[in-house]
Design a protein around this ligand. Structure first.
Ligand SMILES: Cc1cc2nc3c(=O)[nH]c(=O)nc-3n(C[C@H](O)[C@H](O)[C@H](O)COP(=O)(O)OP(=O)(O)OC[C@H]3O[C@@H](n4cnc5c(N)ncnc54)[C@H](O)[C@@H]3O)c2cc1C
Length: 464
């Protein structure tokens, strides 16, 4: 915990350097920044500050370094690993006002953005030039690109296009002593020294603060379609996903949705899928340059799924596609309406092990009489495992959580996978890092942290 006298001094220094209308100590505001989208977690900051320039970020970091006050960077607070929460209080630095798209450069296929830009806006801006920014976390209408870069966010389209990590080619950062560094640039190849950019992507605000991002863009596919395929049981849906991958078809997305998850979307958002008796669905998006080519691929996918084509919905228009995708994107919100407290894991396993992983977990949860919901990115092995608290008393739930996490992580690792595919380690998985990493690797990470942040002021208690 930061000492009261240090906080008071920090407030005095901040107000001398940053316009006071962007420095907050009001209780209501502090309480808002005490939470992100992680259920049952709240840590209140002492001060919230909203810089509008890299220079201001640098000033704020210098104050924190001088007074040894914890500094927690925050994008839009949609993180689900508690990464943006100030565990020891101190200052939350919100990037929400640094939200400009600085440039879309169609000659170099590049975007330069500030960290607070909403992810969808980058793709929308790229679209005007016939380009696209592919990473598409399901939260893309509410999360920020800075948060995406900080955790290495993924999304449904990772199957074909990879994750945020694959698009960052330049960063401007403020280091823990307030120094500003520029890494990379508008060039797409870079073999100059150690790869600091890939190290900072996914560092969850523990090594440096990201103040500007250079992103690679791709030519936008001119045709795309979405397919909704119903199955009588989960096993059949996952087998179909495996067969599609084995047939070397690489759709843009292959999403898997259990029936119970869709039932919640219907209950809370009145959106119903056309096959209400199906036990599981695959939502597949394919894209390319001609509709004929896509329809041929769709045909192949239908026959690999061993489903009669009259039972498959093929959405060609934007409106039809949006409707199906909306249902998928609302699953997490529907779960949180049903049970505001729930465990949400984003384990990842080799694609060919998804079935074993899910069925083993389902058995485990059934034995413990727990309600679980599975959905997510079947195409890249990143399975969302959600376990609902439901009516269980909160004390019992909190006691149960560590053993639940251990079971999920253990089975993921036994299946050849790891404990986070896209949400990051943040606060809630920190104690479980040894399940997935060698001690020596963790020691190397600690040494890296010390090299970047010797005073340990940047997002303490996260990752390691
Ligand atoms: C409904 C829903 C769906 C989701 N779907 C997906 C999904 O499909 N894929 C996925 O990957 N995630 C998903 N998420 C999780 C979340 O949206 C992502 O982790 C996202 O990247 C967080 O961005 P943010 O701007 O909200 O960051 P925050 O939550 O504010 O912060 C996340 C982390 O980044 C750090 N940080 C933020 N900005 C900076 C910066 N400029 N410099 C340094 N560190 C910084 C914070 O300290 C924190 O550790 C989902 C969340 C919800 C609620």
């Amino acid at each position: 915990m930061a000492e009261r006298a240090a906080i008071a001094e920090a407030l005095r220094l901040l107000c001398a350097r940053i316009p006071t209308e962007r420095v907050f100590t009001d209780k209501t505001i502090l309480e808002h920044y005490a939470r992100d989208e992680t259920p049952d977690l709240s840590y209140t900051p002492d001060i919230v500050v909203m810089p509008i320039s890299t220079q201001e970020v640098s000033e704020i970091v210098k104050i924190c370094a001088h007074l040894k006050i914890p500094l927690t960077p925050r994008g839009k607070g949609t993180g689900v690993a508690g990464g943006a929460l100030p565990i020891d209080g101190g200052i939350v630095l919100s990037f929400e006002r640094m939200n400009k798209i600085i440039e879309i450069d169609p000659k170099n296929l590049i975007a330069i953005v500030e960290p607070g830009v909403i992810t969808r806006e980058i793709d929308n801006a790229a679209k005007q030039f016939g380009l696209m920014y592919p990473p598409d976390p399901s939260s893309l209408d509410s999360c920020s690109i800075g948060g995406n870069v900080a955790v290495g966010a993924g999304g449904p389209r990772a199957v074909k296009y990879g994750t945020t990590r694959d698009y960052v080619i330049g960063l401007e950062c403020v280091c823990a002593n307030g120094e500003i560094i520029a890494l990379g640039g508008k060039y797409v190849k870079n073999a100059t020294g150690y790869g600091l950019i890939p190290l900072l992507v996914g560092s969850e605000g523990t090594l440096a603060l990201i103040t500007k991002i250079v992103l690679r863009l791709l030519p936008r596919p001119t045709a795309s379609l979405a397919m909704l395929i119903p199955f009588d049981d989960i096993g059949l849906a996952l087998t179909a996903a495996e067969k599609i991958i084995m047939a070397k078809i690489i759709p843009a997305a292959i999403e898997f949705m259990e029936e119970d998850a869709l039932r919640l979307v219907k209950e809370y958002f009145f959106l119903e899928m056309p096959f209400p008796t199906a036990q599981a669905h695959l939502l597949i998006e394919i894209d390319g340059s001609s509709e004929d080519e896509l329809l041929r691929q769709a045909q192949e996918i239908v026959s690999l799924s061993t489903i009669h084509e009259s039972n498959v919905i093929i959405a060609m228009t934007e409106q039809e596609k949006d409707r199906i995708w909306k249902t998928r994107r609302l699953i997490r919100e529907a779960i949180s309406k049903k049970s505001p407290i729930f465990l949400a894991e984003d384990t990842v396993v080799p694609r060919a092990s998804i079935q074993r992983f899910i069925l083993q977990l389902k058995n485990e949860f059934k034995k413990q009489k727990l309600t679980s919901l599975m959905f997510g990115h079947a195409g890249d092995g990143n399975v969302h495992v959600d376990v609902l608290k439901g009516d269980m008393p909160i004390e019992q739930w909190r006691l149960l959580l560590p053993s639940l996490k251990e079971i999920i992580y253990q089975i993921a690792v036994e299946c050849g996978g790891t404990i986070s595919g896209e949400h990051g380690i943040g606060f809630i998985k920190r104690d479980y890092l040894p399940t997935a990493m060698d001690n020596h690797a963790i020691e190397l990470m600690r040494a890296i942290k010390r090299a970047f942040d010797p005073l340990g002021i940047l997002n303490p208690n996260k990752v390691i």
